[in-house]
Design a protein around this ligand. Structure first.
Ligand code: C5P
Length: 420
């Protein structure tokens, strides 16, 4: 049974002073509908647009307004308030709140919470178009992004003040989607030394996720090999997304230039046969994702010495088939993982080929993408994927590979559930 996507998640919502604050009431409703718990910090300016009573009724929780409320400090201090949440969302993020957060000011409850938190922050900016485009705001935006703050919106359009352009707060549904995808990435602020903290309990807690990634190298002789253009980025992003959801992750990786993601058991291999053995040894798994671009063929009679150009005949390369790791594991007689996912990199008739591939390989879901040179997917940072299962095809929007990974993993987690 799929759970509501934000079940067990607690969100601290900071509401700044702008007309868009009325949309935040709707956002609260959507988060609660998705199973999440919401606590609100309402700035003094924010309370001019939406009342604490409205928000207390919608959240079912007390609304926090003042930095020096003695009762609050007894019940829950401002530090604890900012840390007890799993994610801090600022909506609307006014120019003033963004400036304070970018510069580390802490002169009211909202800015203090933003400085004190150890969790990721998602901001939905909303302000007049001139204020948004002002170099000061754009500088602050860059600083915040560098500090790891995620930003959703603003949208362009007619504004409450009568002007036209970027500055309208993203719609509540878009903010909700950004919240969901943020949870599939690391939810804690990255530590300075790049070490990811241990994941908290998430929807994949207690589950073992096995992922293959990258290309394989098939030797011709001791110095030459057959390879492909896979960078491994999508598979590595999937591994990080699985860990962020609480899973124990084994990543079987072909030769790539990416570093080992922290907290993940990485087994490095070269050839398809080595990958096949490593996958077998890593079983059992609750979820197996085959994102590697495994070479279909290898050279049948690999030369023991470097082939020489000696003026005689050009050496022929006779190929033989590699093990199909996905097809083998999907039909494993004793240890088939409950959920088996394949990838299909196609250059034409993407959906048609991938749909046939799902049946041929015996996996539950195929994630298909277009890797024709024009798509820029191979080696690039973005991807458009189609998720094909028994019920049909769902196409996800064009996103960064990390976001694609987050969205996919959230979906898979809903199917696998927690083993905790
Ligand atoms: O057949 P094709 O290479 O297009 O299939 C793609 C899917 O099958 C991917 O999930 C890939 O990781 C997997 N595969 C595999 N072993 C192979 C070939 C493909 O696991 N030898």
């Amino acid at each position: 049974m799929a759970q509501p996507v934000l079940q067990g998640r607690s969100i601290l919502l900071v509401i700044g002073g702008g007309i868009a604050a009325y949309k935040s009431a709707e956002l609260v409703r959507l988060i609660r509908k998705a199973g999440g718990d919401v606590r609100v910090i309402l700035t003094r300016a924010g309370s001019q647009f939406v009342t604490p009573l409205t928000l207390a009724s919608l959240t079912g929780n007390k609304v926090h307004e003042d930095l020096f409320s003695l009762t609050d400090e007894v019940e829950m201090g401002h530090i604890e308030l900012s840390r007890s949440a799993d994610l801090v969302v600022v909506a609307p993020a006014t120019a003033d709140l963004m400036a304070k957060a970018a510069h580390g000011l802490a002169n009211d409850l909202a800015s203090t919470a933003l400085l004190a938190t150890d969790k990721r922050i998602l901001m939905a900016p909303a302000m007049n178009v001139r204020m948004w485009l002002h170099p000061a705001t754009q500088r602050n935006l860059e600083t915040l992004k560098r500090d790891g703050v995620r930003v959703v919106g603003p949208d362009s359009g007619e504004m409450a003040c009568g002007e036209f352009g970027p500055g309208r707060m993203a719609e509540p549904a878009a903010i909700l989607e950004a919240i969901v995808t943020t949870f599939a990435g690391p939810t804690a602020i990255p530590l300075p030394d790049g070490q990811a903290p241990a994941p908290g309990p998430g929807p994949l807690a207690g589950r073992h996720v096995l992922i293959t990634a990258g290309p394989t190298h098939e030797p011709i002789d001791p110095v030459r090999y057959i390879a492909n253009r896979s960078s491994g980025k999508q598979g590595y992003a999937l591994a990080e997304a699985a860990r962020a959801l609480g899973a124990r992750v084994t990543l079987v990786s072909g030769p790539v230039t990416l570093p080992d993601p922290p907290g993940i058991a990485v087994i490095r291999v070269e050839t398809a046969r080595e990958m096949d053995r490593a996958v077998e040894q890593a079983l059992p798994a609750d979820l197996a994702i085959f994102a590697a671009a495994v070479a279909d063929w290898r050279v049948e009679d690999e030369a023991g010495q470097k082939l020489k150009k000696d003026g005689k005949a050009i050496p022929p390369l006779r190929l033989t088939e590699n093990p199909d790791i996905l097809a083998r594991i999907a039909r494993h007689p004793t240890q088939r993982p409950p959920l088996v996912i394949g990838f299909a990199a196609e250059t034409e008739n993407v959906i048609g080929h991938a749909t046939a591939k799902r049946l041929r390989k015996g996996c539950d879901i195929i994630v298909a993408n277009d890797v024709s040179p024009a798509s820029g997917v191979m080696g690039g940072d973005r991807n458009i994927v189609h998720v094909i299962d028994e019920a049909g095809v769902t196409t996800l929007p064009d996103m960064a590979k990390a976001e694609v990974a987050a969205a996919l993993m959230q979906r898979f987690a809903g199917l696998v559930g927690s083993g905790a």
